[in-house]
Structure formats: structure tokens, C-alpha cells
Design a protein around this ligand. Sequence first.
Ligand SMILES: [Zn+2]
Length: 372
Amino acid sequence: MISPIELTQELIRFDTINPPGNETPCARHLGRILEAAGFETRFFDMGESRENLIAHIGGDGSKLPICFTGHTDVVPLGTAPWSVPPFAAEIADGKIYGRGSTDMKGGVAAFVAAAVKLAPRLAGTPGIVLVITAAEESGCEGANFLVREGVLPKAGAMVVAEPTSNQLLAGHKGVCWLEGTAKGVTAHGSMPEKGVNAVYKAARAALSLEAFDFSADEHSVLGRPTINVGWLRGGLNINSVPDEARLGVDVRIVPGVNREHLVKRFVEATGGDISFEMIATSNAVWTDPSDPWIEEVAAIAQSIMGSAQAIGGASYFTDAAALKPGMGNPPTIILGPGEPSLAHQTDEFCFIRRIEEAEAIFSDTIARWCKL
Ligand SMILES: [Zn+2]
């Protein structure tokens, strides 16, 4: 038996700020704990001390294993000063403080503690697979690496222990990052009528995108897609008509949205002034909440939390965008002990009781899956 609270503290004390990450010492620490409990571990190195860990135990072939996943990297501390040391994992007032406490070392500790506790009983059952990734915060790099390497086993169900205050989420939005380019014709700044100003085109396009109508794309739980023009750049010198301007567009999509079709609609909405290039994308994730396994976990969470679970969705994305399709599209939930409002914040903390509740929810979820 290991304490999920002490394990959370141990994990926080590894500085895994991404960049540069340096997740290997943290992943190896988890690997040693899991190996001692009987898990088989495999490490997949992306170079520069960035290892991903896949650990499994059991697996009798009667059905696929249940997967728990989390990441070991954390985001930078930000410019505001912290009132607590960010890597000391101090405990006060029922909270563990530190970078990564909420997002998401508390979640990783909760499922590792649950898995270690039940490990002696998992031989001859469908078993568990743990996927502990590096480089999630920079765009699911570790999870995408594991998919590309072809090393992921199939899973029958997946729990992503990202911060939800132990509320069950059945999915999250996806991402579509676009770079748009407006072309113009340059001229002397004193004779603008002789040129075509690309900055004006890009500026009009930004306003058209702000007003873009997503009403036909609404998802019953995740709501509508959102759009944000994150940057706009154009022109070289003050006394020329600019012949090129570009804008970076962050679209958060919901299931059912066809990305290529969406880009065509953006071209139309901007009057053909902009050509768009997709620079990064990740899938939306969704499982029907009436899936029997989701209903089962919701009932477990409800009995442990003592309150009804209103199944929702997240606006942020997770490694499930890569891992769900990469592991055979199992029903997937996001549920973890962190506080969503504290992710990436100064003085980040996680409530101790939430970590204990999460460990209990994960233990019962494993016990049901493996019929212990
Ligand atoms: Zn996270």
C-alpha cells in the first residue's frame, strides 16, 4: 500500500516544468513503485530526458484491460511570485501546494496508488494498463509519440485523471489551429490608392471570424465551437502599403464538425480574402453518457462523493485526443482530483480529500472492471 498523498508530494518534488520537461526521473520513480508491485513497465524515450511510461498488470484475454492515463509534465510558474515554494509540496489546511498538484500529479498519484493496492489481486483478470506521458502541456507530444511508435495496447475503457474535482466528464472539445494569410499589392505609403492593403484585409477577416456563426454546430453537452484570433501580423515599414498580413486562429471544435468543411466556411466568411493553412489539430473526444460503463463509473463516483454526477464536458483538451483513437476507441471519461480553476495558476494546490476520493473511485472502478 502506498499513500496517494505522499506520492503526490513525491511527484511534485520532481521539477518537470515543460519546457524543458525532464520527465524521466519522475517517470522512473513511478516505474520503480509499479515494478515493486508486480507491474511490467516499458519506457519510451523521446530524447532529452523525456520518457513516457506504459505499465501493465494482469490481462487474461477475457476482455480488454482498463486504462488510466495522466501526464508528468507541468506548466511554467508564470511571472507572478508564489507565496509557497512551488516544488516543496507543503501541506496546509487540507491542501497540498505546488506546481502540478492539481494538473495533474494528484491524479496520477491517485490512480497509481489504487493500482498498486489492487495489484496482488489482478492476476487472471482483464488487468490494468497505465499510460503516463511526458510533454502533454506542449500539445500531447508524448501521447502522439506513443501512437506513432505503435506501442499502445488496446484498452476496453479509459480514465483520464485530469482535474475535474472528481466530476465525471464524458469528453472534451478538440482543437483546430489555423494560420491565415492575406495578400495585397505594395505601394508607397503616400499613394495608398495605388496598392492593396493586406492589413486591412486581415483586420476585416479577424472581425468576420469574431462574428462567425457556429449555431448549426452545437453539441448537446459541449456546446458550440469557439474561435479566437490569437495574433495578427502584417506590414514591414510605416510608409509602405503592406502586401502581406497573417493571423493565427484558434478554433475549439466539437464532435461532428468537419474541419475541412469548416475551413471552407471561414474562406467564405472572410470574402475569399484569406487562405487558411491548418497548422495543428486534435480530435474532440466524446462518449455517449448512456454507455453502460460510464453509467457504472458515475454511480461509483456518486456513492463516494455523496452528490449526484451531472455528466459534462471540458473545453480544454487532453491526451485522450490521441490515446482514445490510438487504443481502439474505448469509452473514455475525464475524472480527477484536481481543481479545474487552479490548473496553471499561481499557488496551485489540490485538496487532500479529493485525492483520497479519487483513489477510492479508481479502486472501485478497477474492482468492477476486473470483477474482484
Ligand atoms: Zn493536464
